[in-house]
Each structure stands twice: as C-alpha cells, then as structure tokens.
Ligand binder design. Sequence first.
Ligand code: GDP
Ligand code: MG
Length: 699
Amino acid sequence: MRFALAGNPNCGKTTLFNGLTGSTAHVGNWPGVTVDRREGMYKKLEEKVTIVDLPGIYSLSPYTPEEIVTRNYIIDEKPDLIINIIDATNLERNLYLTTQLLEIDCPVVIALNMMDSVLKDGTKIDIKVLEFKLGVPIIPISALRSDGIKSLMEKAYATAKTKRVGKSVLENSDMSNQYGEIVSLLKKENVLHPVFQAVKLLEGDELSKKDFANLLPKIEKVKNTISLKEELEGDFEAAVADLRYKYITANCKGIIKHTKKSNELTKSDKIDKVLTNRWIGIPLFLLFMFIAFHLIFTEDLLFLNKFGVLEEGILSPGVWLQGAVGQLFGFLISGTGDVLANIGASAWLIGLVVDGILTGLDAVLSFLPQILMLFLFLSIMEDSGYMARAAFLMDRVLRRFGLSGKAFMPLLMCFGCSVPAMMATRTLEDPKERRLTVMLAPFFSCGAKLPIWAMFSVAVFPGNADFVVFGIYLLGIVTAIIAAIILKKTVFKGETAPFIMELPAYHLPQFKNVVLHLWEKLKGFVLRATTIIAGAVVVIWFFSNFNFSLEMVQANSADSILGIVGNFIRPLFIPLGFASGTLGWKAVVATISGLIAKEMVVSTMGVLYNPGIEGDALEDQGASDALSVTLATSFSPAAALAFMAFNLLSVPCMAAVAAAHGELGGKKWTALTIAFWIGTAWIVSFVVFNVATLLGFGG
Ligand code: GDP
Ligand code: MG
C-alpha cells in the first residue's frame, strides 16, 4: 500500500515522515523539477506501507512546481490514501487545502498535528464535530512527540481499504446547479476524479483545461449561466476560493474554543518580542551568524591573540577539525605513495593516484568538518523555528533586489562554499528566485578563493593586503547586487513571490531530527563532490602532464596540453591585462585550472612561477618569498586586481557547476549560467583593469 502525506509548508510533514519511516527513508527528485521526493516504509502494520512525503503546498492550483508535483502525484499515481496533515494551531488556514484534497476520489485521513501546542495554549478543538462536517476521520497527533502516530496509521490502514468519492464545498453553494451539471458531464465521459476536475474547470484551471479541451465549449456554456458578484470581475478562481473560505468559517465556528484570554502572550510571542524586534532583530541575527562563522573558521578563537592575551591564537573547532582531517589524508596520501612505490608501480600511475585523485579529494573532503558544522548550526536554527524568523527579518532588505527573505541563508552560506549554498536554494519556492540565487552564488567569495587573495595581496600590495582582500569581498557583493538588478529587469521579470510563511512556535530542536537532517545533506555533498572531483582531477592531471603526442612532459609546463591550450586562448584574456607578456600564458593556465577547483589556482601558480621548485615547496618560507618576487615583477597592480576579479566571479569549481546543474533544472540553464558567470567575470575584470590603469596602477 502507498500513503501520501500532503499539507501546508511547516505543518510538520517531514517530522511525521521521519517518525514513520526512520532509516528507510530516501530522497530523490521529482522528474523534471528540483523538488525533493522523499519516500520510506512504515512497517508496523499487517503489511508494509510506502509513505511518500509530498511537497508542502497551500493549494492544488498549477502555479508552483510543488503544487503541480503534488497534484500530479495524487491524480496519476493514485496513492491508496492521502494523509492530510493539518497544523491545528492554524486550523482555518490549513483547511483551505483540505477542501481541495477532499474533492479527489481518494480515501483521506486527517492528521491534526501540533496538538501539544494546542493543549498548551489551552485551546479546545471539537474534533467529533469537525469530523462529522468534513466526512473523513480526524486523528489528533503530535508528530514532534510521536503522540497518536499508531492510531493514525491504524485508522489510515482501515480507511485505505474503503472507497471514497470526492466531495466539494460547491455542492451547497449558489453555483451548485452548474457545478452539478459539469460533474455529470464529466461522469458521462468517464473522467477520473470528476468532482475535482469539475471544480478545476469551473475555476478555469490551465492544466485541466488542457486535459479536457474537447469539453470546454460545453463547460463555457454552463459557466455563462453563473452570475458572479460584480467585484469578482469574472474571476472564477477567486469566486471558488471565496466559497472555500466561507465554508471554513461557517464550519469552524464553535469548534475552536480559547480558554485563555486572547491578549495573553505565549512564550513564543515573548521570545519574538526580542528576536524579531525592528531594531535589534537584525543585529542579533548577525551576531548569531558571526558566532557561528567564528566557531567554524577563525584561527584566533575569542580574539585572544588579537587582544594580546595569548602569544598565538587558539584554533576554532572547525579549523582544528579541518587540520585533523587534512593530516589523516596526508597519512593516507603518503602511505599510498609508499605502497605504490614499493610494489614498483610506474611513475605515471603514482602521479595519477597520489598527486591527482587523492590530492584532489583531499582538497574538497578536508572541508567536510567545516561544512558539517555549518549544516549543524543551520539545522538547529531551522528546527528551533528561528530560521523562519531570520528569513522574515531579511525579507524587507532583500526584496529591493528582487529576492525574498528565504534567499538570504543560501547567499550567506556562499562565503563558506557555494556547493551546499546552491543545494540550500531548495528552500526557495519560486523557481525564478531559485535560479537567480544560484546564479549569484559564486560572486560571494568562498573559502577556496581565500588563498588566491592572500597570495596576491601580500606579493603585489605589501602593506595594503587587508584593504585589498576586503575590497575583493566587497567587489563580489556589489557585482551580485548589480547583477541581481539587471537579471530581475531582463531574464527574471515579474513580481517577487509574496513571502507567506507560518512562524512555527519555538521549541528545542529534536536530536533525531537534527541528525537525520545532517545525514541527508552530508550524503548528497560527499557523493557529488567525490564523483565530480575525482573525474575532474584525472582530466586536469592528464592535460597538465602530457602533450598532444601523449608523451609525458614536465608537469604544468608550457609543453603540456594545458600549456599549449593556455597559450592558444591567451588572446581572449589580453584585454584583462594579466595575460600579456611572456609569462602571460601561465596566468591563463592558472585561471583555467581554477575553473576545476579554486584551490588549484595557487598550487598551479606556485609551480609555474617558481622554476625548479615543486608545488608543495610553497609552504617553505624561501620558496614563497621567491614566488612573491616573481609575482610582483610579473603582475602590475592593475593586472593583479583584474586577475583576482576574474577568479572571484567566474565559474567557481566543477563541484559548484554540478550543484548548480542539479538546482537549475535543465542543461540549457546550466549552459546559460556558466556563460553568465564567465561573461560577468570578463566584463568586471576588464573594467577593473582599465579603471586601475587610469588611476595609475598600470605598472
Ligand atoms: P514540513 O514543512 O511540513 O515538512 O514541516 P516540518 O516537519 O519541517 O516541521 C515544521 C516545524 O514544526 C518544525 O520546527 C517542527 O519541529 C515543528 N513541529 C512539527 N510537528 C510538531 C508538533 O507536533 N508539535 C510542535 N510543537 N511542533 C511541531
Ligand atoms: Mg518538509
């Protein structure tokens, strides 16, 4: 048997789903759209039941991918039963979707969730009466506390074995005659879900109109006999919505009884007075964020070094863990190298495995602890109900740039790594906004780019290194803002989706939920990162070690395929300043290798600009001084700035391309986005070089 969970966003669907399915859950994608599809097993009944967590929606109209996915699933894949989850603290609003689900010819059981909150508020809901009015079983539950789950599932199982025909609020309305006519018309044609389709056709729903194009003339004739109220201006959709609300208001009267006075503040209200306060709300949020970044990324915990308390700063847990994982990888890499050498493996094999695959994996996976910590922090914020508030606070600011508050979190995460950030855009409901956010993501300087800024600012701008690095971050943000405004005026025209979001009550995060959340994210990240990086590394290693006759050449030299290609495409970069001169091709090669992974820019330059010194000699003081000198003589300040600007804004890395591809939904979009990144990088870099030259930094 198969049960589908349907309900509004934030009604507790995922919590219930996790409680029902536990470790059997797995996440996939709905075909064609980037909406998560979660499926799992409930095993405590006579037979196993598959549970499908449908996307959270407010209605079954065909406007968002979530709505279409849910609707198509229920109509086409015919689950045995729909469990409609309702947030009991928001009963009337949630029933709007219920009135639509009840129109479908499918057994329905209502799970009245969050009963713990309802009881705490001292509210009473007369379930018996509501059950009678809606005509389907209603089981009070608390998904969070796992209360009532067993009786819910038993009732659902029994109900799933029965048949149910759809029922609509239109039956007893001023349109009932016409509605009845359309229903019998559809029944005569043996249409599936005649009640649901009749209502949709009355509403003028685009999907249904397409499916029943042959019946439209007859239906229009029936619709013409309806006289709508003047203020509705012939808008049938609004008229039906109106009827639903009227029905809900009429039927909920007397069912909900508040025992406390309504002006009494709940605990959540009290916390919100501080956390969503007009003046201190955003500063507090920034403070929380800063604390998180500080714990994850700083090498000087609590600024003990900066304030002169300690000689040397204490590492944050994030940096410490990163070092530990890095060391572990170091052992693995050198151990593998030794083993391979001992068994007499050839030089190219050792090079491929050790310098290629393992070193490449190390570059990505050593960031795992920090990524995990960031996700942990985010899960806690989300599960406690705080994230909803943060998005609400930022909404006002971001709206000016065509984004809503929900885009704020992913954008902030980009300063760490744009891969998880792009994956986090799944929380955005509007596909346009999701795409816009993914496209802006690389402009926020990620962790892997920092070594480039560090290397150049010290070599070319001694004494002003801090200003240069700060300026680069700023350049990224300004570019993102300008790009957002331009894209919004051209590609993504239209209203920013209204930001409707329930603010769930605050509560302590559940350990199980947080762990599941984390595991889900981790699995995806490791899988994507490893497959992409391992593949890319093999390719780049090959191109930088072989020439076109497939002979091994000195690694990263001008004779390698990478060197030859670098010289070939060098003219494209000459207007940007950094590709001119005899050493110009090296900067081009470094930039190109940076398209695979930004970590490679620094190591490529380390080799190319330091003849005779191997890549890891960078850590050696003498070597990096020599590199500084070469860089300072090869790059004018203007060229260095242009080089940094290009690397900041162009394709961040292959992992990001893969992540973007997953979220953008379609090869065409991925190609467009890559072109957009490179184009923006080129233009800004060009402007930076010319402005800097005009200002006298041309060398
Ligand atoms: P979804 O958007 O429908 O998947 O909702 P989630 O499962 O993510 O839950 C939204 C929020 O409501 C989370 O913060 C949950 O912890 C919380 N929540 C879920 N079920 C309950 C419940 O029974 N009682 C209370 N108080 N909170 C709940
Ligand atoms: Mg959910």
